[in-house]
Design a protein around this ligand. Sequence first.
Ligand SMILES: [Zn+2]
Length: 273
Amino acid sequence: MKHARPKSQELVSWENNPSLFQNEIRLILRAADDIIASGGRTLLSKILKGSKEKKLLELGLEKNPSYGCFRSLTMAEIMGKIDWMIDHNFLEIQYSGKLPMIVFTERGWTIERDQYADELLHEWDQWIADGITDVNMEYLKDRNRGMILLFLQKIKNTGNIKYLPFLKQWEKTDYKKVRQIVGKVIDHLEQQREINTKAMAEMKEEVTKAFEFTPNEPEILKCWECGERFIFTVEEEKFFKLRGFVPPKRCPACREKKRLEELGVGDELEFDE
Ligand SMILES: [Zn+2]
């Protein structure tokens, strides 16, 4: 089996058992999420197989992101993977009366919770990209609290104010405890917006300042080399200010002399004189 797998795929790094790839583990955990404590191994394997059975479609399981991801495998092969998941402490069986139901282990849930929170965030991104602004946030109610907190943490970490409209709708619909945390994330993002707005305003101000000069009269400056007075024209002043230069210290003649000196021709000129 090991040799049949393409090398480019990422091998599962947790524990020393490379029998299942990390992405396979994630896919199975995601499939299990929709039937947790309410379905068994068979139902789980049918989701992964992409079965069109009536029961499965009635439960809307064809909408599960992992639906049909193991379409090319046999039911026995899929079942083998599920059993591997149970053997390796990602999933376990709990009995509901006589019925064996799939549940997450803590380890499995830690992974699934994270990928589910990512999924929710991607969904928001998609809605925003599609211009959808009005969403009934009731769908987030009664979700696992730990997963919801993780979702909120992820939103907060983005620092992106595009999520504010959804958060504000969510704040209206959920329970008090969740509302409080949603409120905190809103505050955080709004602070972020203030910081951004302030930085933007400061930048604009700098640009405005750079253009904001209305010299009408030319200035008369005194050359600190020869002591002659010279005219600093309005155009020159604009030119100097735009480039952030200070007004010239020397008269045009001394400036020219200095320039030539710097070019190394100053001495020759003096010699000629
Ligand atoms: Zn001068």
